[in-house]
Design a protein around this ligand. Structure first.
Ligand code: ADP
Ligand code: MG
Ligand code: MG
Ligand code: MG
Length: 400
């Protein structure tokens, strides 16, 4: 009955009718597949009579972006669902609630967040989200602190981290973020107009050395349970609410990778602003707001993380004076380095961001691409010297 096969709309409806306390057999349900369809199916199922709705996300056994030739483990559906359950608990509901799941069918039934918008689309439309930095700063502090050795005893932490070995999805990151942009690769994807930039990425061995160090950290440091793909397309927002979705890349890795991912995406939107505004004044106002968001996000993360450490740290050695300061300082350096890697891969690598790619004016688009690469390189090259969030902001502001 539940042997794996991709669902169609009728099967999705039949499946959710069996979930206790949601729909009745008689309800008249409407189903739409709303996924962007590269790796997963996402069904939105609603009952117009009762205004009840639900999401069913089902993993596909391959990445569609390159046909069916790129196989991907279905176990990532379990990993995504278990990560959602842990993050829901640790973040007091900043992720969708899981209602049901089926490991065989690689599917998760979860809370419908359709009253939110995907943050990337909101930012492109020029919206501001006043509570976002605070919410995400707290989300990061709670999910990273409570899944690390600071809060778990080493036995529990190792038992937990074993459930999140995510080789296929980590391999995507290892290749697409930490390798392909620095070499000739079929996975790279950029216009001929910036070939000079791509060539300089391939030839800059100082840059390669720093990327190799960051890649090593991604491969070897099981510091905390990461979301693993925390870009603005994985965040739903309203003026009052922030919800994180899609943790299928979750694994035990370096904390700065998640923080860097979200900061990278704010910077990618920042460099795109001239393509989205008519006046220099409007551009500057948006840029200032985005940089303030980066600053507030880090500051919220740091203060929440230090508070959790001071109240809930379990590891006796972690109480050693000075250790917390060094620990936080290293998270910031990692954050800056990983942010740089994330920016570069979105310009020359396989997957891009709509913030830049949908700019209509070709000259402004190319200027945004070049500025992103310049900032990305500076963040990577300088990450081991960064000692405050202001250092990061200065690099972004002074790089043209
Ligand atoms: P993928 O891993 O394939 O990127 P996502 O989890 O990001 O899948 O979902 C793809 C899209 O489906 C999202 O951009 C969003 O539009 C929609 N979606 C996913 N989860 C939900 C949800 N809980 N509520 C409402 N819409 C959702
Ligand atoms: Mg997608
Ligand atoms: Mg995904
Ligand atoms: Mg997604």
């Amino acid at each position: 009955m539940s042997t794996y096969h991709p669902f169609n709309n009728e099967e999705a409806i039949a499946y959710v009718k069996e979930i206790p306390n949601f729909f009745s057999q008689e309800s008249n349900l409407v189903c739409r597949e709303i996924g962007d369809g590269n790796l997963n199916l996402v069904f939105h199922i609603s009952d117009s009579n009762t205004c009840t709705s639900i999401i069913v996300k089902q993993a596909l056994p391959y990445a569609k972006v390159v046909g069916e030739s790129w196989p991907l483990s279905l176990d990532r559906a379990r990993i995504e669902r278990e990560a959602l359950q842990i993050q829901y608990h640790l973040s007091q509901g900043l992720v969708p609630k899981v209602y049901a799941y089926d490991e065989e069918l690689a599917l998760t039934v979860m809370e419908d967040l359709s009253d939110h918008v995907i943050m990337r689309q909101g930012l492109i439309a020029g919206e501001k989200y006043p509570l976002f930095a605070e919410h995400i700063g707290d989300f990061l502090a709670n999910t990273l602190f409570y899944t690390s050795d600071l809060a778990l005893n080493p036995l529990d932490k190792k038992a937990q981290s074993k459930k999140f070995i995510n080789p296929d999805l980590c391999k995507i990151t290892e290749d697409l973020i930490f390798e392909d942009p620095y070499h000739i690769s079929d996975n790279n994807n950029y216009p001929a107009s910036i070939e000079d930039e791509a060539q300089s990425l391939r030839e800059n061995l100082d840059l390669h050395l720093e990327v190799a160090l960051l890649r090593e950290k991604f491969l070897t440091q099981s510091q905390a349970l990461l979301h693993g793909d925390l870009h603005t397309g994985s965040i739903f927002v309203t003026q009052a609410s922030t919800k994180v979705i899609d943790p299928e890349f979750a694994y035990y890795g370096p904390m700065g990778f998640d923080i860097g991912a979200i900061i990278a995406n704010l910077i990618l939107n920042y460099v795109a602003q001239p393509g989205w505004n008519d006046t220099e004044f409007a551009v500057q106002e948006k840029e200032a707001h985005l940089l303030l968001t980066v600053e507030n996000l880090w500051k919220q993360f740091e203060s929440s993380f230090r508070t959790l450490w001071n109240t809930d740290v379990q590891d006796l050695m972690a109480r050693t004076p000075g250790y917390q300061d060094l620990y936080v300082a290293r998270i910031l350096q990692d954050t800056v380095g990983f942010a740089g890697c994330k920016i570069i891969r979105r310009i020359v690598g396989l997957a891009h961001v709509a913030d830049i790619d949908t700019i209509v004016n070709d000259e402004l688009k190319e200027a945004a691409q070049r500025k992103a690469l310049a900032i990305g390189k500076q963040l990577i090259l300088n990450h081991r010297q960064i000692s405050s969030i202001e250092d990061l902001l200065r690099i972004v502001q002074k790089t043209n």
